[in-house]
Write a protein that binds this ligand. Structure first.
Ligand code: PMP
Length: 425
């Protein structure tokens, strides 16, 4: 129990009503009732610094976004079988942020639907079925995507047309990251060829979040993408995590690698909490799909979602949040490096902009995962009013991924608590 009878009753009520498949964060679950900017608040009014939430990207309850949502909700909300400027205005605005090759936008409600649609389009265009993902990928909740999401664990079966490749781990792996990643992809392609499976796509999260956050060196993805294309497959960039400026180098993770994908899927921060997602695609890739298959997503691209997503994009531009991700990310990384010189538990620091992984080890030479210590640290920070989580195969990598309105003064608050929590371990 939490030591609080009312909280225990709520948790029991959840279990009774929602069933067994859900998980709460933290040993001492957090009950929040309000959010603003980078802060969440509990019932007692205690503030928690959100260093984790990449969905509320422009800040919790941003007034411009809330206003756009409520204004459009009071005027009209219907679907894409009627003509409406909302989706066109948004498509123009979003596609202008991407490379000119990505000329169409198809809208969905979730990142999962976007990835699912992208796979259908890729299979239709290539005539292939084989999909390559990383060893600890997460791409979504549908049946097809669960088979492509090995981070869910061994209980979820992998499909016969799925191949896993090692993550581009520059900390634990030896030698050139790009060459190693390419070797994994080439082995997967060779195995497809062996089994008579034609490749449809390489699908990767361009910041490799669930694999453990792997950003460097920029460009390491390019040779693997070229190999997939040479074998007749497409490159689908899953931008659900890195997209919309988080990496501080521009709007998209694929651009850090000097690549233009065949499709890019977007979601999470796109609506700052409102469910809106989509696929940006090269027109030639979606031609066969559009010719033969009717696509209608009841809620995808509705006027309210488009108003919200448009407001989010406007805020990112107006508040200079890509530049802030770069500058505050650099400030945060410098502070983490200082802590790294003080605390042996910090084995590696990596990332880009406001997407940072801090890998904790009990022995720097052996790189022994500090899984228990990481769990303790995450829970200690929660008690101190700082929210982060852990990722990677051993759950020993702190995932530091705050809203993009995180400023240097917020980073300093976080670093102060992290320093004390590390000292206490
Ligand atoms: N791709 C990645 C990389 C994700 O992290 C997620 C969500 N965690 C998804 C896809 C699925 O998005 P959604 O939960 O909106 O369906």
């Amino acid at each position: 129990g939490t030591g609080d009878a009312a909280e225990d009753a709520l948790i029991e009520r959840r279990r009774r009503l929602l069933g067994p498949a859900y998980r709460l964060f933290y040993a001492h679950p957090l009950h929040v009732v309000r959010g603003q900017g980078v802060w969440l608040y509990d019932q007692a009014g205690k503030a928690y610094l959100d260093v984790y939430n990449n969905v509320a990207s422009v800040g919790h309850c941003h007034p411009v976004v809330v206003e756009a949502l409520s204004r459009q909700a009071a005027i009209l909300n219907t679907h894409t079988r009627y003509v409406h400027e909302g989706i066109l205005d948004y498509a123009e605005k979003l596609l202008a942020e991407g490379p000119p090759e990505l000329g169409h936008l198809m809208m969905t409600c979730t990142g999962s639907e976007a990835n699912d649609l992208a796979l259908r389009i890729a299979r239709k265009h290539t005539g292939g079925t084989g999909i390559i993902v990383t060893e600890l990928a997460y791409h979504g909740v549908t049946g097809v995507l669960a088979e492509l999401s090995p981070s869910l664990g061994p209980a979820v079966a992998r499909g016969p047309h799925v191949r896993l490749v090692p993550a581009p781990d520059g900390y634990r792996g030896e030698g050139d990251v790009g060459a190693r990643f390419l070797a994994g992809v080439e082995a997967a392609l060779a195995d497809f060829a062996d089994k008579g499976i034609r490749p449809a796509a390489l699908l990767v999260d361009t910041i490799f979040s669930s694999d453990g956050v792997f950003a460097d060196p920029p460009g390491f993805l390019a040779s693997a993408v070229a190999a997939v294309r040479a074998a007749g497959g497409l490159f689908i960039a899953d931008e659900v995590q890195p997209g919309f400026g988080r990496l501080g180098t521009g709007m998209w993770g694929f651009a850090r690698h000097g690549l233009v994908p065949d499709m890019a899927t977007v979601g999470k921060p796109m609506g700052n909490g409102h469910p809106v997602a989509g696929v940006m695609t090269r027109p030639e890739v979606v031609a066969e799909f559009g010719r033969d298959i009717r696509y209608f997503n009841t809620f995808g691209g509705n006027p309210v979602s488009c108003a919200v997503a448009g407001a989010v994009l406007s805020v990112i531009k107006a508040e200079g949040l890509v530049e802030n991700a770069r500058a505050t990310g650099a400030h945060l990384m410098a502070g983490l490096r200082r802590l790294g010189r003080k605390h042996d538990l910090i084995g590696d620091l990596r990332g880009s902009g406001l997407f940072i992984g801090a890998e904790l080890v009990t022995d720097r030479a052996r790189k022994t995962p500090a899984s228990a210590e990481t769990a303790r640290l995450v829970n200690d920070l929660r008690e101190r009013g700082v929210l982060i989580s852990a990722t990677g195969p051993f759950a020993n990598i702190l995932k530091i991924r705050p809203p993009l309105v995180f400023r240097p003064e917020h980073a300093d608050i976080f670093l102060g608590h992290l320093d004390e929590a590390l000292a206490a371990i």
